[in-house]
Ligand binder design. Structure first.
Ligand SMILES: NC(=O)c1ccc[n+]([C@@H]2O[C@H](COP(=O)([O-])OP(=O)(O)OC[C@H]3O[C@@H](n4cnc5c(N)ncnc54)[C@H](OP(=O)(O)O)[C@@H]3O)[C@@H](O)[C@H]2O)c1
Length: 331
């Protein structure tokens, strides 16, 4: 089948392109080529979606499917206007951030959404959820039952530059101290991690072999944080002490939640976000989604981290010096 991928130079886009090509589809990627390179061997159309004639060189063709990863409402609106009539199906990558509340666990796709962003461009990540609501609306209004939307939770796997899926297996494999101790949050909150390759594979299938319509929370491996950390520890073969500390202790020492520098990835002390990774995620399973086990994702991510040849952590987590200092404060 002929697939037009709007994107294909970012991490997920490249995974989608590889997955579609591996399934034998004819893939064209459209992007500026700023985020990275498209997958070798695939047709690449260089275009800026913020320009009026962005789709001129692809709107004259017929497509079996368009797949879009954008987060800018203006880009999605213009793509739908230019391409809805020349494609059979449309897949859009959205996010769990579209929901109005993340406090409760166990919510499904019918939970209330944020108000859509009116403008064409989101000014900052503060507007990310509202921007994706506006994007979803443009796709559903323009394509109706020919559209499928995946509201992805945290995506992980090899290539995750954010470090959120890599930090824990890497840290357990590389303790910062001679005792081999690893500092972890004792918080009990749900986590979930969808492997980038599984999400890509499901999206491609959802617009080709087994067409799917509607909106799906795309989450996988939902479990408590302690269980996630136990899987990471087993994958890394860690046998040293595990030092669990409370939310209050971490907050007092200005350890960041979730991601970024001086953080403990996946940890959240803010109760308003405790449900983010704990959505039900049953609808996508009923539509053929078969995620690989978390241990496989974390083992592959650890192998990718190791292959970089630059000592971690990468993207998120505590440096060795930061972890040693915190462990020292604990004693
Ligand atoms: N990471 C997570 O845990 C997570 C969770 C939920 C949802 N998501 C979603 O997953 C997706 C991630 O996709 P990704 O990793 O492939 O890409 P990305 O890093 O979000 O980049 C977006 C893509 O759009 C292209 N693009 C941006 N501006 C453009 C323009 N003006 N004209 C043409 N193309 C443009 C970029 O290519 P060029 O820069 O080369 O033009 C790139 O290929 C996003 O939709 C994100 O919201 C991520």
């Amino acid at each position: 089948m002929r697939i037009l991928l709007l994107g294909g130079t970012g991490w997920l886009g490249r995974a989608i392109a590889r997955s579609a090509a591996a399934a034998g589809h004819d893939v064209t990627c459209l992007a500026r080529g700023v985020s990275g390179r498209a997958v070798d061997g695939l047709r690449f159309v260089r275009a800026d979606r913020d320009e009026p004639d962005a789709y001129a060189s692809v709107a004259g063709d017929r497509w079996d499917a368009v797949i879009d990863v954008s987060r800018q409402p203006g880009q999605v609106r213009s793509a739908v206007a230019a391409l809805a009539d020349v494609t059979e199906r449309w897949a859009f990558v959205s996010t769990g951030n579209v929901y109005a509340s993340h406090r409760r666990t166990g919510d499904d796709e019918d939970a209330p959404l944020l108000e859509p962003l009116e403008g064409d461009v989101m000014a900052s990540m503060e507007e990310y959820g509202a921007a994706k609501v506006a994007c979803e609306r443009a796709v559903l209004d323009g394509l109706g039952a020919r559209a499928v939307i995946a509201r992805a939770g945290l995506i992980g796997g090899p290539g995750d530059e954010s470090g959120r899926s890599g930090y824990w297996p890497w840290r357990f494999a590389h303790p910062s101290n001679r005792a081999g101790a690893v500092l972890v949050p004792e918080a009990s909150l749900p986590t979930s991690l969808i492997d980038v390759r599984d999400l890509a594979g499901w999206l491609v299938g959802a617009v080709t072999d087994t067409p799917v319509s509607g909106v799906y929370d795309a989450i996988a491996n939902r479990m408590g944080l302690a269980e996630h950390l136990a899987v990471a520890r087993a994958v890394a073969g860690h046998a040293g002490p595990v030092e669990a500390v409370s939310d209050a202790w971490l907050n007092e020492r200005e350890v960041a939640e979730w991601m970024g520098p001086r953080s403990l990835p996946l940890w959240l002390s803010d109760l308003d976000w405790h449900g983010f990774a704990g959505r039900r995620g049953e609808r996508i399973l009923a539509r053929g989604f078969r995620p690989r086990p978390l241990a496989e994702t974390l083992a592959d991510t650890l192998a990718w981290e190791e292959a970089r040849g630059v000592p971690g952590p990468h993207g998120a987590g505590l440096t060795d010096a930061e972890e040693r200092s915190l462990l020292g404060a604990l004693r």
